[in-house]
Design a binder for this molecule. Structure first.
Ligand code: S5P
Length: 241
């Protein structure tokens, strides 16, 4: 089964649309939060380049824990360079992202060369997402950029499985939406938030939630609030019984 179908099936099986953004600088925190939230989430999102004690043995521990609990790993690397540099960044360096991620993502301003290289060097099971829209104030990703991004995805359906976007923008692809928070409309920087229910009503599949969950006193309880609001709305919208 292809990864996109596996993700849809996992959403239904775990009754969850939640990807938790584990923006921690320590691997211990990443692992302990996965342990806490494992039954409530279907995906974790990492920024491996902010982890201060990155090492292969803890990375293997994270991968094992995720595999055992049907959790996909999305490395939010937002690649944006020439194909040759992309290959070096994806396969090499300290992080060797190709070794362990299920999903990674791309900015499309660089054109499709990077996607061709992803196709040539990715593992069969891995899928890519294109950043079509962003949640932060003042970004330059306008509707024409979004439309060109959709065209690129349609041309590369074998390796591109979905989008980072604020709404559903094309049938047949997964839509992952960041900038989700139950009680705040923004942070003290450029982030802009929408609620889980609002985001799901725009036809998306997966909500990326960071600080809304991970800064909470009781992460499990808070995650459950996001899960329920998202899942109840998703079920209705998609006629799931
Ligand atoms: O448009 C975007 C795209 C992404 S991937 N806006 C975002 O905020 N993100 C990421 O989602 C961002 O890099 C961060 O890791 C997460 C949001 O974190 P939060 O704490 O604001 O929920």
């Amino acid at each position: 089964m292809k990864i996109k179908e596996k993700i849809y099936n996992t959403i239904i099986e775990k009754e969850s649309n939640i990807c938790v953004s584990l923006d921690y600088t320590s691997f211990e925190d990443i692992i302990s939060v996965i342990e806490i939230l494992k039954d409530k989430i279907i995906m974790v999102k990492t920024h491996c380049d902010i982890i201060e004690n990155y090492n292969d043995s803890m990375r293997k521990k994270m991968v094992k824990l995720c595999k055992e609990n049907n959790i996909f790993i999305f490395e939010d690397r937002k690649f944006a360079d020439i194909g040759n540099t992309f290959i070096a960044q994806f396969t090499g360096g300290i992080y060797k992202i190709r070794e362990w991620c299920d999903i990674t993502n791309f900015h499309t301003l660089v054109g499709e060369g990077i996607i061709n290289e992803f196709k040539s060097c990715k593992k069969e099971s891995q899928g890519g997402l294109l950043v079509a829209e962003m949640s932060n104030k003042g970004n330059f990703l306008d509707s024409s950029y979004r439309d060109k991004t959709v065209e690129m995805a349609q041309k590369h359906k074998d390796s591109i499985i979905g989008f980072i976007s604020q709404r559903k923008i094309c049938d047949g692809f997964l839509h992952l939406t960041p900038g989700i928070r139950l009680r705040e409309s923004g942070d003290d920087k450029d982030q802009q938030y929408t609620t889980p229910g609002e985001a799901i009503s725009k036809g998306v599949d997966i909500l990326i939630v960071g600080r809304g969950i991970i800064t909470s006193e009781n992460m499990l309880e808070e995650c459950e609030k996001y899960r329920v609001e998202a899942w109840e709305n998703y079920k209705k919208l998609n006629n799931i019984l």
